[in-house]
Write a new protein. Structure first.
Length: 574
């Protein structure tokens, strides 16, 4: 008989011990604490169970302890019942907030007991109007009061056609408010970053009129709105009374984001020229995305979500291939695109794997995608800048010589002249002209003359470094602008170029060049054109003196501002 009492006592101890292990003890200073390890779960494949059956003795034992750090089940057709127990050992009641941190749950039902012990149900979810929520917040937050020296068990039912992630936590009100304030601040900074990038690139588009900026802004806007849906902000502020739009907007915005990302990538990577095969495939993908966005509301939600997820992965791989090919074939803007896109793809893979339930749902797997997206937007903005610089540079480059053209020279001369005048630094100009170039064209043909111009351009590029600006001024004439360089240093460069040109002898043809050098310091010019005239007059005197030489401009030689007559043109200073 005594042995029976002993076994009975051991059984009761184990039973109470198990009850203690299944309850989370709360305190007045409770910070945000995850409830996932404390959960008891029951999968309902047919979605047929109701609350009374789940809490009945016959089903109570079917709620199995979860004992894991995360609870996400990917795209599941089952409903999931969740129970957890909270214990208040203090002499005062404790007000608590229970939070579900993933807002894309279609149907979420919560049961808790009121002060009289009666069960109260809260029916919410993103397929129900927003005002059904007990607190008007983007996440699902349920306020409860735990009486003094008591234990209470709470039940939730989850059902969703999208990814089902259970992210429950409990905290005191003051701890929740502090955390909520920080989250609101971070979200404001995050979406503010998107808005700043859109406005910044809008101003750039107005300035340069490059259509790549349109695709970038459309991509940034649709992507930013997509994250607003994921975070529950769009449902809270944009369409709180339209659950249908809250759900289908997610699909449409994903399709638009992928569409504009593909179109932007094709433009910024010059895919039609550098990667034509992947460009044709990208055009086909764009058609599929347009079709998917159009028919999405007419098809089954689960099927469309799965299809969009798989297409997103395919687009990611396709654009990686496109960017890689363009980068390997010399596109500078493709380098920034690849850096940004690779960052995004890594986070997308993490998010998709989490969505299918293969990685846990937590702050890192849920938010890495969003942080990487903003980083990507910054890098893509840099890619646009590189593209614009390239376009502008092409407009300033002489295609035959590879040097800057006359338009760029005239802009740079004015800029450097003003800078030298303000800072008091030296500025020199070297003008050069190929000797007897007309005879080369007449005897050997214009093609050979073009090759000579190209060879001279290569020679000059190899002999000068920044901040020196080398240009083909026109025909067989070249101009080299030398900021922060005095007359003596400029003459050394000019003599070296004259010597190097004489050593070329392409196809046995003798080549010589004449050069004139002028500087700002020794002549006191008041306008850029005067510096140009002085260097040009010195060049003309080098021609008269027998060619293949360097002549320095000086006031004593008559190289002064005013009317200058040369054998090639007349220049009149203002």
């Amino acid at each position: 008989m005594k042995l029976a009492y002993i076994f009975r006592g051991i059984f009761l101890l184990c039973l109470f011990g198990a009850a203690d292990a299944a309850a989370l003890t709360v305190s007045p200073d409770l910070q945000s604490t995850s409830l996932i390890p404390e959960l008891r779960l029951l999968e309902d494949p047919g979605g047929e169970l109701d609350f009374n059956r789940v809490r009945s003795p016959a089903y109570r034992d079917r709620l199995k302890p979860w004992n894991r750090a995360a609870a996400n089940f990917g795209y599941s057709r089952s409903a999931y019942w969740v129970a957890f127990t909270l214990r208040n050992p203090t002499d005062e009641s404790v007000s608590l907030l229970i939070r579900q941190d993933y807002p894309l749950i279609d149907y979420l039902d919560f049961w808790g007991q009121d002060a009289g012990g009666n069960w109260q149900r809260i029916a919410t979810g993103d397929r129900r109007p927003f005002h059904n929520r007990p607190l008007a917040l983007r996440d699902f937050v349920f306020p409860v009061t735990l009486p003094a020296r008591s234990e209470r068990t709470y039940y939730l039912r989850y059902a969703s056609q999208g990814s089902l992630n259970i992210g429950l936590s409990v905290s005191r009100e003051h701890a929740f408010l502090a955390r909520l304030g920080l989250e609101q601040l971070l979200l404001g900074i995050y979406y503010g970053g998107f808005l700043v990038l859109v406005l910044y690139n809008l101003f750039l588009f107005i300035a340069v009129r490059d259509r790549a900026y349109i695709y970038y802004m459309a991509y940034a806007l649709s992507y930013g709105l997509y994250f607003a849906v994921i975070n529950g902000i769009a449902f809270q502020f944009a369409w709180p009374d339209n659950p249908w739009l809250a759900n289908w907007s997610l699909i449409v915005l994903v399709a638009l984001s992928l569409l504009f990302a593909t179109r932007f990538a094709r433009e910024v990577c010059a895919a039609a020229i550098l990667a034509p095969r992947t460009d044709r495939l990208a055009r086909a993908v764009q058609f599929v995305l347009i079709l998917l966005g159009a028919i999405a509301p007419l098809a089954g939600y689960r099927i469309v979500v799965t299809a969009v997820t798989m297409i997103a992965l395919a687009v990611g791989v396709l654009l990686l291939a496109m960017g890689s090919i363009s980068m390997l074939r010399g596109s500078v803007s493709a380098r920034y695109f690849m850096l940004g896109w690779a960052t995004l793809i890594a986070s997308v893979i993490i998010y998709v794997v989490k969505t299918f339930g293969w990685l846990p749902h937590n702050g890192y797997t849920h938010n890495a995608f969003q942080v990487a997206a903003l980083v990507e937007m910054v890098l893509l903005s840099l890619a646009l800048g590189a593209r614009v610089r390239l376009i502008r540079k092409r407009g300033y480059i002489d295609q035959l010589s590879g040097l800057y053209n006359r338009r760029f020279f005239e802009e740079q001369l004015s800029r450097e002249f003003d800078l030298a005048g303000r800072s008091g630094t030296p500025l020199s100009l070297l003008m050069m002209d190929l000797d007897h170039f007309k005879d080369i064209n007449d005897r050997h043909g214009h093609h050979q003359g073009d090759l000579v111009i190209h060879g001279i351009g290569q020679l000059i590029r190899n002999q000068v470094r920044k901040p020196v600006t080398a240009c083909r001024y026109g025909g067989e004439e070249f101009a080299i602008l030398l900021p922060r360089t005095d007359l003596a240093q400029s003459r050394v460069l000019a003599e070296r170029l004259v010597r190097k040109v004489a050593e070329l002898e392409p196809n046995g043809m003798p080549l010589t060049i004449s050069a004139g050098v002028a500087d700002l310091e020794n002549n006191g010019f008041s306008a850029p054109v005067q510096l140009l005239q002085a260097a040009d007059t010195a060049l003309y005197r080098a021609k008269q003196a027998g060619r293949n030489r360097v002549v320095t401009a000086s006031p004593e030689a008559g190289d002064s501002p005013g009317f200058v007559q040369s054998g090639k043109r007349q220049l009149l200073s203002p």
